[in-house]
Unconditional design. Structure first.
Length: 262
């Protein structure tokens, strides 16, 4: 197992201009990508926070179309936007080895979400998708939810801080009724209301695979009656123990429920 990481150096008064620095970074990504086309050992590539933008991303994705070894790609905080995501999704139609894709904090919006949804309908090898700190919003989640209904590979999905509200949550709840692979779902730091848990409660009575759900910082109060029902559903309707995490729900409460079950 081999790991390779490129990190942006700390800022200094001796550094060259930002524009020139970006050009050098993209040139470096080009040479690295050319080298990795014939790679037979490296499995993890981390190029987070390098400002490569979509121009540099083209080289990475060209490499991943022929590389048959790399499994994890971390490309967060690189300003790739929707255009960059479309380039990634084109690559996912060909690549059959990538299992983790990290595109956090890249200003990915509705168009990017639509491209991801199309890719997920076809791709069967991607297991983890990290979309934290983007701009999916409700329309983007609508597209992703449609893909989750038919996707047969994704197990972990991080949608933390994507400006998702009640209307988007409805689409996702419906998708969970049909999805049979997702085990981890992070919806923290969105705008989901306590009454939306009714929809999730109904979905989890059908869904048997979701084992870990994060709803922190959504303003859901522990005293809400539906939350108690949801915890019961998480603990008693799955073949394996489930876990619910909310902004005001300590883990000790879930442990208490598990003890009651035993």
């Amino acid at each position: 197992f081999f790991f390779f990481m490129i990190r942006r150096p700390p800022r200094s008064t001796h550094c060259i201009s930002s524009a020139a620095s970006d050009v050098y970074k993209r040139q470096g990504v080009y040479h690295l990508s050319e080298l990795l086309k014939n790679n037979r050992t490296l499995e993890v590539l981390n190029i987070n926070r390098n400002r490569i933008k979509y121009e540099g991303l083209i080289h990475v994705c060209d490499m991943l179309k022929v590389n048959a070894v790399l499994k994890w790609l971390h490309i967060g905080n690189n300003r790739i936007g929707d255009v960059g995501v479309e380039i990634i999704c084109e690559m996912l139609r060909v690549n059959t080895t990538l299992t983790l894709l990290d595109i956090r904090s890249n200003n990915v919006g509705k168009k990017g979400a639509q491209a991801i949804a199309k890719a997920l309908k076809l791709n069967k090898t991607l297991k983890t998708l990290l979309l934290e700190n983007n701009l999916m919003m409700n329309e983007g989640l609508h597209h992703l939810s449609a893909a989750l209904k038919v996707n047969k590979g994704l197990e972990k999905l991080n949608l933390r801080n994507n400006k998702i509200t009640s209307s988007g949550f409805k689409f996702l709840s419906e998708a969970l009724k049909k999805n049979k692979t997702l085990t981890h779902l992070n919806l923290s730091f969105n705008k989901i209301k306590a009454e939306d848990l009714e929809l999730l409660y109904e979905a989890l009575k059908v869904n048997k695979t979701l084992a870990h759900l994060e709803l922190m910082a959504n303003g859901i109060k522990k005293s809400n009656g539906v939350l108690g029902q949801l915890i019961d559903c998480l603990l008693y309707t799955s073949p394996s123990p489930r876990d619910l995490s909310t902004s005001r729900m300590p883990s000790s409460a879930c442990k208490k429920k598990k003890k009651q079950k035993t």
